[in-house]
Design a protein around this ligand. Structure first.
Ligand code: AMP
Length: 282
């Protein structure tokens, strides 16, 4: 397992693999890896001859008041995890390697980014689409792996790859959770012990919503109102959004009459956490 910091080194390694006729999987991450990331690496290892993990806290996808500076970083820990899960190469560029002086080209998306995190974090998906496009061009993978934990991101990337004829397969992987239900996230490390307990309202609300859907409830207002009252009962929680959208367009719907996504974003203290379920998965 190698760690490289330049685009040229990635290209050289991938070229050598291609000469041998090997397939390549890419797992884009912002590092501080946990079992959620590991599940993506495992899947790539299973489906490809070689796996590249990008480990890059992408400044472009953070808003001015967000946690770019405090975002946790630990490349040694990440290297051990990637190696243990069969990854072959970590691409860990400095921001200047990805965004040289005078950088001025962007990949952006309309409709799918209008709701949910796109509404709360206006510059986020432009940063995500731009960096993921760059990673696809640098690594030229056969397949790329994304978690359903970031469900809107997965939908946006699928749509981008399709719209722009990107020659690779996008694979979505299930949410990995802590034993008590909290979705694993690098941002969970921000939580104090009291906040960690309070953060359980997210997975509890998701369970409540998916149970209602499983029981046949299709009225979006009824489902989201019940979820909102559960979350509001937790004093440390502040709702950003609790919504149900069309899984393809990410636009709000009044009734669940098609494949849909129920997504929530909740501040626990200062930490913004997300969780979701697809109605197809309940
Ligand atoms: P991040 O480093 O948070 O940008 O995440 C990198 C990738 O890992 C994204 O595709 C995420 O959706 C995925 N991921 C993060 N947490 C989880 C989780 N708990 N379960 C599954 N995938 C995850």
């Amino acid at each position: 397992m190698k760690i490289v910091k330049t685009v040229a080194e990635v290209r050289e390694q991938v070229k050598a693999w291609r000469k041998e006729g090997l397939t390549v999987g890419l797992v884009p991450t912002m590092g501080y890896l946990h079992e959620g990331h590991a599940s993506l690496i495992d899947k790539s290892h299973e489906q490809n001859d070689r796996t590249v993990v990008s480990d890059f806290v992408n400044p472009m996808q953070f808003g001015p008041a967000e946690d770019l500076e405090s975002y946790p970083r630990d490349i040694e820990h990440d290297a051990a995890l990637v190696e243990a899960h069969g990854g072959d190469l970590i691409f860990n560029p400095d921001p200047e390697e990805m965004y040289h002086e005078g950088f001025s080209s962007f990949v952006d998306m309309t409709v799918l980014t209008e709701e949910l995190c796109g509404l709360s974090r206006p510059v986020h998906f432009r940063g995500v689409c731009t960096v993921v496009s760059k990673l696809f061009n640098i690594v030229t993978p056969d397949r790329a792996y994304f978690g359903k934990k970031d469900a809107q991101q997965l939908a946006v990337i699928r749509h981008m790859a399709d719209d722009l004829n990107m020659p690779l397969e996008i694979i979505g992987c299930p949410i990995v959770r802590e034993a008590d239900g909290l979705a694993k996230s690098s941002r969970n490390t921000y939580l104090s012990p009291d906040e960690r307990k309070a953060a359980l309202v997210l997975s509890k609300a998701i369970k409540l919503g998916s149970d209602l859907v499983k029981g046949g409830e299709t009225d979006v207002k009824k489902i989201t109102d019940e979820m909102k009252s559960l979350i509001s009962a937790e004093p440390l929680a502040r709702i950003d959004y609790v919504k149900i959208v069309d899984a393809a367009t990410m636009q709000q719907i009044p009734v669940i009459d098609r494949p849909s996504l129920c997504a929530i974003a909740v501040f626990i203290g200062k930490t913004r956490l997300i969780d979701n379920f697809f109605t197809e998965d309940v």
